[in-house]
Design a protein around this ligand. Sequence first.
Ligand code: SF4
Length: 266
Amino acid sequence: MTTRRTAIRAALVQQLQTDRLLGVRQSPLTLTKPVLDYLDCGRASEQGFELLPASAVVSGDGVSVFAAVADGEKGAALSALDEKHVVSCSKCLLCKSRNNTVFGAGNPNARLVFVGEAPGFEEDRKGVPFVGRAGELLTKMIEAMGLTREDVFICNVLKCRPPNNRDPAAEEIAACSPYLLEQLSIIHPEVIVALGSPASRTLLNTSTTIGRLRGRFHDYGPPGTPMAQNPIPLMPTYHPAYLLRSPGEKGKTWSDLKLVMARLGL
Ligand code: SF4
């Protein structure tokens, strides 16, 4: 642990020094208190670090840092992320073919977040996640859990539609997944459900198949986020679009969702 902490601290200091040499940063690197505590910096200011106010959310300058957001501020934090960054994003080529970005929708204080892979035709047209046939099935699944779409938050790894609904490319996931990380950091739900293989593999940083991942909870706690010290249980399950093609798998998905319901006391 100490070696890893030392390596991370050294990498951050080196990045700071490089940025200063290149003239792209003169200010200290702002870090959250949990990150500063983890790095065990001693006198942080001597290393070029400063403490981030507890309610702030910052991403940028090559290093993203996140802090816990109070319940009453989550809606505003999500809106700011959407309006200031996602709506105008051109970090990957999908910006050229999209009609609308699809940030996500639902309750900013949700106890449960569903994450799919990318918007489809209807979602791209309306700017709302899961509104096509797969979305109708997801709505039924949520209602079968005793919830409504307004109770939960629904989003995707990618915020723009890949042409012809092809699978997301690795570079698109790399470009877009920081937005998802920030959304999950802000909402900080009690449980995450990853719908389908791309979402599950991205969130869990694994190449294991969805068939082997589903059926049990995994820890989701990326370093440098409020979730690192208190990981969120993540349940991978099949994507509703897959269930429309393979209705025989619905029973497995329902058994996954029953585990989620039990975890949430529903
Ligand atoms: S998919 Fe994500 S990274 Fe790519 S342009 Fe859209 S919002 Fe930006």
